[in-house]
Design a protein around this ligand. Structure first.
Ligand code: PEP
Length: 249
C-alpha cells in the first residue's frame, strides 16, 4: 500500500507569533493513523517549527532550495542549511516558482539532482495551465515536465520522491479539478512511470493532488484509486480545516 500523505504549503505566510499560534492549534488535534502529515513554513520559521513539532506526528518541509551546494548566491539557501535545522523534505516545482520566478524544467532538474544527492525527500509539483487543458495539451505538458525534471533519476532514488499534481487553474482559485479529472491525470502519470521504469515503482510512488482542496471536497478526491493525498495551500493556514482534510481519508 502506498503512503497516504497530506502536506500544507504555507507559502509566504505566518511570521514567528503566527507560526507559534498555528502550531499550537495543530498539535491539539489527533492525526489519523497511517497518514503522513507535513507543513511547509517559510525558511525563517523552519527551525521554530522543527523544535515545536519534536515528538509530534507532523513533519516539516521547506518550500524551495538552491541547486548549488554553497557559494556566491546572495539570498539563497542550500540543502545542507535546511538539513542543518532538522528538515529533510523540500517542495520543488511549485507553479508559483515556475511562473513568478521562471523556474524551468531544466532548472528544476538541477535542483532535483542536488536535493537527491543531499539525501533529501522531494515533493515535486507539476501541472498544466488552463489554456493548456483547453487545448487538450495537458497530458503532453505533464509528461514533458516529468521527463525533463525527474525521469533522469535512477530507479533506486524514487523512494525520495513524492509527486503532486497541481493543475494551475485550480490553485488558490476555489476551482477544484473534479475527482475524475484528478484520477485521470494520476493514472496517466503512473503509466508514464511504468513505461520509463517498471510497474512496481509506478505503484509505489505517492501522487498527491493539489488545488483548492477543502474539508468539503477532500474525501471524494482522496477516494480515487490513484490519489494518495493532497498538497494544501490556503486551507493549511487554518488548523481545524487542515486537520479535517488530513482526517478525510
Ligand atoms: C498550492 O499552492 O499548492 C495549493 C494547492 O493551493 P490551494 O490549496 O490554496 O489551491
Amino acid at each position: 500500500m502506498r503512503n497516504q500523505i497530506v502536506a500544507g504549503n504555507w507559502k509566504m505566510n505566518n511570521n514567528t507569533p503566527e507560526t507559534e499560534l498555528l502550531l499550537n492549534n495543530l498539535i491539539k488535534y489527533k492525526i489519523r493513523n497511517g497518514v503522513s502529515v507535513y507543513i511547509a513554513p517559510a525558511f525563517t520559521q523552519l527551525y521554530q517549527s522543527v523544535i515545536k513539532l519534536k515528538g509530534k506526528d507532523i513533519k516539516v518541509a521547506a518550500q524551495n532550495v538552491n541547486a548549488e551546494v554553497s557559494g556566491a548566491h546572495t539570498g539563497e539557501v542550500s540543502c545542507s542549511m535546511i538539513k542543518g535545522v532538522g528538515v529533510s523534505t523540500v517542495i520543488l516545482g511549485h507553479s508559483e516558482r515556475r511562473s513568478l520566478y521562471s523556474e524551468s524544467n531544466n532548472f528544476l532538474k538541477e535542483k532535483v539532482i542536488t536535493a537527491i544527492e543531499s539525501g533529501m525527500e522531494i515533493i515535486f509539483c507539476f501541472g498544466e495551465e488552463l489554456s493548456e487543458r483547453k487545448e487538450n495539451k495537458h497530458f503532453d505538458l505533464v509528461k514533458n515536465q516529468l521527463t525533463k525534471a525527474l525521469f533522469h533519476l535512477p530507479n533506486d532514488t524514487w523512494n525520495q520522491i513524492i509527486l503532486a499534481y497541481e493543475p494551475v487553474w485550480a490553485i488558490g482559485t476555489g476551482e477544484t479539478a473534479s475527482p475524475e479529472q484528478a484520477q485521470e491525470m494520476h493514472a496517466f502519470v503512473r503509466q508514464q512511470i511504468e513505461y520509463k521504469y517498471d510497474a512496481s515503482l509506478a505503484n509505489s510512488v505517492s501522487i498527491l493532488y493539489g488545488g483548492s482542496v477543502k474539508p468539503s471536497n477532500a474525501k471524494e478526491i482522496f477516494s480515487m484509486a490513484d490519489v494518495d493525498g493532497g498538497l494544501i495551500g490556503g486551507a493549511s493556514l487554518n488548523a481545524e480545516e487542515f486537520i479535517a482534510i488530513v482526517n478525510a481519508f
